[in-house]
Design a protein around this ligand. Structure first.
Ligand SMILES: *Cc1c(COP(=O)(O)O)cnc(C)c1O
Length: 389
């Protein structure tokens, strides 16, 4: 039998991290003590008060059956209460909230609900790869909006051609940003709402990092801006905030028609989210937040170790105000992948070449804060010793 992949799979863009993965594994096999600053996955355990709640809820047979498609009522009400207390945003839990099996699931599926073959989605470049892949799976095409340092890693809407805008259905945004760690303020989101209204574009804001901030300025929600709910939705995740990446729990909130469209896709593909996990998620977002504050402190200390060390080694680095990432330029004359290779060969350090996140990431490298401080100190020592700049 001749087993052939569907075109949508066969035509997936090449996996740009394959080369660095191969080099990493080869170095490991040689016995090199690798420091992996490529991982964007929290190293700390889920807070114990959340695990305790799952333990209790998982023993309740009421939660063992097929879950409700849009999420438990109590979960959606809890999300609405949290949006009100954290952002001052009012949501109708019945129509403006849907649970997700991790926010990646919703981000990947939303194009199926709104993007027709031939339609265009606006995608940040560099960006989280799922925006583009979800677009391609729906038969649409992505128009990359370059995020440049000169523009504070915000897209320039005036640079998008009119014939692109005519075919545009959705726009993906993500602040605090992965991979650049850039923040966005309310004034930016006001421009987003005006632009979306004028061009009839649905805004999909990925807010995975709003709770991982290091200063006094708390990141804003896109939905805080007047009129935002008319044009779009926000995706949220418990993954990074509560060390829950393995649990798969997130949600999409905002415009009722957009939430319903995404819900329609989901009712036909999945059967919702284990209800005991939803009960534990309520505990996560509405329980004692002191562990989350301590987690922010932990990341802030790691950030300072890494940023200070990189600066001492001769790199020009902007200290991130939020997210799990440090994004900086590779030395003059080097490419992203060339520098990633050098870091691995000369210092035993894995970092992610910026071009893997899109063409505008060329010339940058991304390091994460998901290793203990001692390992970051060791990484910095090695980078200094290798004289890479
Ligand atoms: C980690 C991450 C997500 C995915 O989170 P899950 O809820 O675990 O699926 C979404 N967007 C960005 C930008 C991320 O970095």
């Amino acid at each position: 039998m001749d087993i052939k992949l569907a075109d949508r799979v066969a035509e997936l863009p090449p996996y740009l991290f394959a080369e660095i993965d191969r080099a990493k594994n080869a170095a490991k096999d040689r016995g090199v003590d690798i420091i992996d600053l490529g991982i964007g996955d929290p190293d700390q355990p889920t807070f114990s008060y959340i695990i305790d709640k799952l333990d209790e809820a998982s023993r309740n047979p009421a939660y063992h059956r097929y879950p409700s498609y849009q999420g438990l009522g109590v979960f959606r009400e809890s999300v609405a209460r949290w949006y009100d207390s954290r952002f001052g945003v009012k949501l109708d839990p019945d129509t403006e909230v849907v649970s997700l099996i991790g926010s990646k699931e919703g981000i990947a599926h939303i194009s199926l609900a709104f993007t027709n073959p031939g339609d265009i989605n606006l995608v940040p470049d560099p960006g989280y790869p799922v925006y583009n892949i979800g677009t391609l799976f729906a038969g649409g095409s992505s128009y990359y909006m370059p995020l440049t340092e000169e523009n504070c890693f915000l897209p320039d809407f005036d640079a998008i051609p009119a014939d692109v805008l005519e075919k545009t259905k959705l726009m993906f945004l993500n602040y605090p940003n992965n991979p650049t760690a850039a923040p966005a303020d309310k004034a930016f989101f006001e421009r987003v709402v005006a632009f979306a209204k004028k061009n009839n574009i649905i805004v999909c804001h990925d807010a995975a990092y709003t709770e991982l901030y290091f200063g006094d300025d708390m990141p804003v929600s896109f939905l805080e801006v007047e009129g935002a709910k008319d044009v779009g939705v926000e995706f949220h995740s418990l993954s990074k905030t509560y060390n829950m990446t393995g649990w798969r729990v997130g949600f999409c909130v905002g415009n009722a028609d957009v939430v319903a469209g995404l819900g329609k896709i989901k009712t036909n593909i999945d059967s919702g989210l284990f209800e005991a996990i939803q009960i534990a998620a309520i505990e996560a977002i509405e329980g004692d937040q002191s562990e989350q504050a301590a987690l922010r402190d932990l990341y802030r200390k790691r950030r300072d170790v890494l940023v200070d060390g990189l600066r001492e080694a001769g790199f020009t680095v902007t200290s991130p105000s939020a997210s799990l990432y440090v994004w900086f330029r590779v030395p003059k004359g080097q490419t992203s992948s060339g520098f990633a290779k050098e870091l691995l060969d000369d210092a035993g350090i894995v970092a992610t070449p910026g071009n893997g996140f899109g063409p505008s990431g060329e010339g940058f490298i991304r390091m994460t804060l998901c290793l203990p401080e001692a390992r970051l100190i060791e990484a910095v020592e090695r980078i200094k010793a290798a004289k890479l700049v």
